[in-house]
Design a protein around this ligand. Structure first.
Ligand code: NI
Ligand code: MN
Length: 228
């Protein structure tokens, strides 16, 4: 069965197959490029890279509305519990959690993580195993050489990489990241949402990696070979 992958803008992606729907880094309400609103979203699971508002602001509302299980750093799960959402799977970099759709592994990201002034634990990348596909969502991060190791260990099919500069890698650094990770396809994210992270996407040009540019609202179908 193929997997539908939708890009909602900034770093928000949704993976859907059968009864499973995983939403990553939900950001709709204050997202100027989003094509739908938080109340239109239905999902069974949510995964969060870090607590910054452009990755987490709509998590609580969508999680409660859908009774969705949230995978996130320990401190983020703690916060959600205080808000009355207990259905959480806390983790931290290095850890893997099994899920009905596959698994979520937390990887290192070089960034910060807070929400309304509160420390939200370590920022993370996510290695997402979903319906036989492996997708690396880098979260917000700088370039780091262990990306090569992550590529060797997890052999992702796709990497989702921030290219907007200022808060994360810019396009040239992200191209180097794509080459280090070695996934055959890279999708740029976290750019052109606001002027401070406006970049020309054509500058994201890794060698030997196919670049797939998705506009907010775009969806693709994946058919992983290992998928049954
Ligand atoms: Ni951030
Ligand atoms: Mn961000």
């Amino acid at each position: 069965m193929s997997i539908k992958v939708t890009f909602h803008g900034q770093s928000c992606f949704q993976f859907e197959q059968g009864d499973h729907s995983l939403l990553v880094d939900p950001f709709f309400t204050d997202n100027p490029v989003a094509k739908c609103s938080a109340k239109d979203i239905s999902c069974s699971h949510i995964a969060i890279t870090h607590g910054h508002f452009d990755h987490f602001a709509d998590c609580e509302g969508i999680a409660k509305a859908n009774d969705a299980t949230v995978f996130a750093a320990y401190e983020i799960c703690d916060y959600l519990g205080e808000q009355g959402h207990e259905k959480c799977e806390p983790g931290n970099p290095g850890g893997r959690i099994e899920a009905p759709f596959g698994s979520i592994s937390f990887t290192r990201a070089f960034h910060s993580s807070s929400f309304n002034g509160r420390y939200m634990g370590e920022p993370c990348g996510l290695m997402i195993e979903f319906g036989g596909a492996v997708v690396y969502h880098a979260g917000d991060t700088s370039l780091f050489s262990d990306m090569e190791l992550l590529g060797q260990m997890y052999q992702p099919d796709i990497s989702l990489l921030p290219i907007g500069d200022r808060f994360t890698m810019g396009p040239e650094m992200a191209a180097a990241a794509a080459e280090l990770i070695g996934a055959p396809t890279a999708i740029p994210m976290h750019y052109n949402t606001w002027p401070p992270i406006a970049v020309d996407v054509t500058r994201f040009a890794p060698e030997g990696v196919e670049v797939l540019v998705m506009e907010p609202g775009d969806a693709i179908e994946l058919s992983p070979e290992t998928n049954e």
